[in-house]
Design a protein around this ligand. Sequence first.
Ligand code: SF4
Length: 358
Amino acid sequence: MIKKDKDGKIDIIGMNLEEMVTTFVGLGLKKFNATQVFDWIHNKMVFNFDEFSNISKKDREFLKEHFYIAQLTFKTHQISDDKDTEKFLFELSDNRLIESVLISHKNRHTLCVSSQIGCLIGCDFCATATMTYERNLSASEILLQFYYVQKYLSERGERLGNVVYMGMGEPFLNYDSVIESINILNSPKGQNFSKRNFTVSTSGIVTGIEKFTENESQVNLAISLHSVRDDRRTEIMPINKRWGVQELKKALINYQKKTKNRITFEYILIDDFNCEYSDAFELADYLRSFSCLVNLIPYNPVKGKIYKTPSKSKQREFYKLLKDKNINVTLRETKGQDIAAACGQLKAKKEMENGTEN
Ligand code: SF4
């Protein structure tokens, strides 16, 4: 995706190979220069023109005149007590902050990336929603989250296995940059990261689901559901006023018919709200039409929110009720709560640099 800064310089990380070739040739450079630069950035993960050693000094200077390299500066890194969750705080070139979370299980590593600074959706249980919404991230800012963590893992001989768009922001409100980042990571000349290993999670933007259905049959889709009753869902997810649960269901049935992909449903268990017997039966009924996996996520407390986590026995009971209805379901262990990296807890703040997050 061609993006320029205020000086007219092009964001070189955010271009796919085709765009790079066309732009380079248009500027009088050689086609193979584009392949070389793409390899430095997206395969070798080098983000400094001066280090592109197979490009002549003259051409490197020319590149600097016409292109810029987006910045993502590492600020802090926190590791949960169980060592399975790591949270990274990054600063962007405009001093805004974002977070990414690395979740590891044995040698399997999943990166949860942010797609926006803040979020306009306003889910009531979510810490990100309490931040001021600032802007969408560019494709390059999404890619740099991946590259930073991939390099971090490579130092111990490991690699990312999956990427989930479940960090700060609603990915379908930044559709083009999200898809461009996936396409670039999928490029055989770059990371060659299989599309099957990406999951985009939405709060239920039906227009985004429709576009995704038409164009992205290989990328996985996850839905933050949390209730199948319109009144309840609207209470915690205002987006439900725009697209209610039946309209969402219709779009998802169409998605599955076209792509044959299994859908993941995220369901946060909130005490005295959405995890009674009747909720399990209604949920099972709603899901009957789908080939799906339901992730039950015990609510992760967010300061200032009234919601409570159900007891372990209540969580297990809800899980069992769904299991008995032949629903493919998992009950997640709560991970990363101690570093506020669990689902719904991301809230990049300046104060975190001083260890005074609230
Ligand atoms: S849960 Fe996701 S969509 Fe909802 S406010 Fe938080 S970041 Fe936005």
